[in-house]
Design a protein around this ligand. Structure first.
Ligand code: NAD
Ligand code: UDP
Ligand code: UDP
Length: 316
């Protein structure tokens, strides 16, 4: 890439699942990447293959503290995403989304950088509108166990719009729906790593509730392509990104058993508090704005992810 086209891109949470794939995508596009992470749920292991790249830098830093660097673009992804991890220290989770967003917006304002804030389908809570469109305001319990994540992400959207309106910062908001793929951790706690790990180690798959709740799973390469495109638009309102193909958790468990050829059984456990009953993105906006839609179907994505987890289990 010509030096004039090469951008200096900051990725916070870049050592995590989505962030590490995004760093790779940006390096492939010829940019300089500064990855900032405090390794709360992420790991250097996710970045081993890019550490020797002279266009890549890794900085251990907590985004709740100010950060003074010179960059052209910012992807603010730092935040634990798995319910067990974000509920482990709800104060730190809230601070990460609240202070983290303010610091990254302050940085974007000072250096006139484009910024993309990672929001979530959790802003819709346990939705009363299905599928979820961006103009739906959501149904969130502010004081429940998920509040530290959901409400802090909702705040991050509000402060992003405030910096855009008051200071003209070039902001972008992505509402990410359940995404899966390589580099999720075996002990991540989200449904896919749990089920695959259990299937591969002949343990019962833990279905919470009766498994009738639904999710719509997007493969990581599709998601990363969508957020990469979104940052370079002039669109400032939230955009849903996810795969609209919806499945019940019970059916999902059966798919994983069939794909892995596992003899594991199913065991039913209590449904966690405020667990959304349905979730499916309406991606009309992303289709029109970005010319984007998911390309990898669930069967193919699960097959690729299973191969990765097999290796992880073998390596201990
Ligand atoms: P992840 O837990 O794998 O990655 C999060 C990263 O942020 C980790 O590397 C972690 O160490 C880092 N981090 C956490 N707190 C930090 C802090 N205070 N300072 C610096 N770094 C910090 O999760 P993920 O699935 O990659 O999620 C990335 C982003 O996408 C999050 O903002 C999450 O809310 C959002 N998101 C993800 C999904 C999904 O399905 N994967 C869905 C909705 C939203
Ligand atoms: N900030 C930062 N890096 C910068 C500029 C600002 O981390 O390059 C932080 C700064 O510490 C402040 C926050 O971002 O707390 C918001 O910055 P802003 O300039 O909007 O607010 P102010 O400094 O006026 O409170
Ligand atoms: N789930 C499950 N078994 C598990 C982990 C999760 O049945 O071992 C369910 C969970 O109750 C939810 C869905 O799977 O209904 C997705 O959970 P996850 O934690 O992956 O993400 P969420 O979409 O709830 O944030």
């Amino acid at each position: 890439m010509k030096p004039s086209l090469r951008q200096r891109v900051l990725v916070t949470g870049g050592a995590g699942f989505l962030g590490s794939h995004l760093c790779e995508r940006l390096l492939d596009a010829g940019h300089d990447v500064l990855c900032v992470d405090n390794f709360y749920t992420g790991s250097k292991d996710n970045l081993l293959h890019v550490l020797a790249n002279p266009h890549f830098e890794l900085l251990r830093h907590d985004v709740t503290f100010p950060l003074y660097v010179e960059v052209d673009e910012i992807f603010n992804l730092a935040c634990p995403a798995s319910p067990i991890h974000y509920q482990f220290d709800p104060v730190q989770t809230t601070k990460t989304s609240v202070h983290g967003a303010i610091n990254m917006l302050g940085l974007a304002k000072r250096v006139k950088a484009r910024i993309l804030q990672a929001s979530t389908s959790e802003v819709y809570g346990d939705p009363e509108v299905h599928p979820q469109r961006e103009d739906y305001w959501g149904h969130v319990n502010p004081i429940g166990l998920r509040g530290c994540y959901d409400e802090a992400k909702r705040f991050s959207e509000a402060i992003v719009m405030a910096y855009h309106r008051a200071h003209g910062v070039n902001t972008h908001i992505v509402r990410i729906f359940n995404t899966y793929g390589q580099r999720m951790r075996l002990n991540d706690g989200r449904v896919l790593p749990n089920f695959i790990y259990q299937a591969l180690t002949d343990q019962p798959l833990t279905v919470y509730g009766n498994g009738s709740q639904t999710r719509s799973f997007c493969y990581v390469s599709d998601l990363v392509e969508g957020i990469f495109r979104l940052l370079f638009t002039e669109f400032h309102e939230p955009v849903n990104l996810g795969n609209p193909s919806e499945v019940s958790i019970l059916e999902f468990a059966r798919e994983i058993l069939a794909l892995s050829g596992s003899n594991s059984t199913l065991v039913f456990k209590p449904l966690p508090q405020d667990d959304p009953k349905v979730r499916q993105p309406d991606i009309t906006r992303a289709r029109q704005l970005l010319g984007w839609e998911p390309k990898v179907d669930r069967h193919d994505g699960l097959r690729r992810t299973l191969e990765y987890f097999k290796q992880q289990v073998q390596n201990g």
